[in-house]
Every structure is written in C-alpha cells, then in structure tokens.
Design a protein around this ligand. Sequence first.
Ligand SMILES: CC(C)(COP(=O)(O)OP(=O)(O)OC[C@H]1O[C@@H](n2cnc3c(N)ncnc32)[C@H](O)[C@@H]1OP(=O)(O)O)[C@@H](O)C(=O)NCCC(=O)NCCS
Length: 212
Amino acid sequence: MKLNRFFEEYFLKKRYIFSVAESDVDFSDTYYLPENLKIEFYNIPSATKEKFSDLLKQIVPDALLGRYTSRYEQNDNWKLLVAYSGGKPVGCNWILHIPHDNFLFDSFLHNTDHILLGNFFVIEEFRGKGINKLLVKRALSYIYENHKNKIPVFIVERSNISSIKSSEGIGAKVYGVNYLLKFLKRNVISIYVQNKKLQKIWFLLRYKQSIF
Ligand SMILES: CC(C)(COP(=O)(O)OP(=O)(O)OC[C@H]1O[C@@H](n2cnc3c(N)ncnc32)[C@H](O)[C@@H]1OP(=O)(O)O)[C@@H](O)C(=O)NCCC(=O)NCCS
C-alpha cells in the first residue's frame, strides 16, 4: 500500500473521469433532508474575503485554505456549495465554469462543453453519512437546470475509495481514465484514455493554469 502511494506520488497516477446523466440520478433524498441538515449555495460575492476564509477554515484543512480562499477573486468562475449540520459547516464542493477551450485545470485540459464538479470535502466525523452524495446531487440539479448543454465532469483518484463509492452511489459512471506521468512529484504529462483507446496526450508544462 505504501509502495503504491510512493509510486503514485513520484511516477504515475491513475484517475477516473466520472460523469452522470440526469436520468441516472435519484434526487428524491435531496427534497427531504434530515431535519438538522441543510445544503446551500454560499454567495461568494456578497461575503467579505475574511468571512469567506473563516467559513472555509471550518471545513477544509490548512493545506487547502490558501488555494480555496484565492477563489474569492475568481468568483465569476466558481460556485461553492456548503452542507451545514445544526448550523455548523460540515462539508463543501465546488462547481467550476470552464471559461474557454483547452483550459487547464487539475492537470486535465477541458473544453467548454464540460462543467467541473470537484474538491469534494466532508469533515472527518461527518463522513460515511451520505453528505457528499447529497452535496453532489445538489450541484448536479443546479447544472441540469441551468447548464443543460454541459457535461458535468468530476475527476477522482483511483486510490480514493470513499470518493469513488460516493460517486458511484449517485449513479455516476467512469467514462474515461487519466494517467499523470510525473517527474520529481510534478505532473508533466497527462494522458486521456477512453474505452482502452488513447484519446489525447498533453505536455502540461506548455499550459498555464490560471484558475485555482
Ligand atoms: C470523499 C469524501 C468527500 C466523501 O464524503 P462522505 O460524505 O463520507 O461520502 P458519502 O457518505 O456520500 O459516501 C462515502 C462512501 O464511501 C464508503 N467508504 C468510505 N470509506 C471506505 C473504505 N475505506 N472502503 C470502502 N468504502 C468506503 C462509504 O461506505 C460510502 O459508501 P456507501 O454510501 O455505499 O455506504 C470524504 O471522504 C472526504 O472529504 N475525503 C477527503 C477529501 C477527498 O478525498 N475529496 C475527494 C476528492 S475527489
């Protein structure tokens, strides 16, 4: 297991590209959430940066805080969904609007036919209760309603069993595989494979990620 992790960190990482059709999602549990659970869009532009950062601090670890807080300035591209249990923020996920074709995010080149769902996070003591599934379903219902022509996409590492299970529990299916070749821990080449056929290869150093 440790050897696997070392290999993934230094040489090659495999990730699954998930998507899900509206007809495959059962939204019924999102209409009747448990009494103390609420899932809401957080209105980034109407908060101050400090408030936004204070909220994120309650959910995600410090290592992610800087990157997520910088999304305050990029709020045209991002939507943030937050789950609250008894008023306490316990989980979040993000929707990223792809601004142009050949847009690099998370070592994958996206086109504007994609809309990205990602950075799923639920605080440890609330995991395994289906909160992520509810958060993702809420995000999907927003996308199906407001961006009918887009394909919702989320990328999950092969080693992330809980995220894979949670995604499959929603009805999502793997429709492609992404391999990241690394040099000194840095992703240098990204390979996209669909139905065991090579689709695309990107040399990542050629592209600049402008949204974080
Ligand atoms: C991934 C994450 C968001 C899932 O949140 P969650 O609210 O616990 O997810 P859900 O409860 O909807 O689903 C988790 C599923 O994984 C299963 N699971 C969890 N740990 C597992 C394990 N070690 N082995 C097998 N299954 C596991 C649960 O049983 C559940 O499946 P089920 O509904 O079929 O029983 C949460 O674990 C997390 O924040 N992890 C750290 C950040 C992260 O990895 N984010 C994902 C990036 S893509």
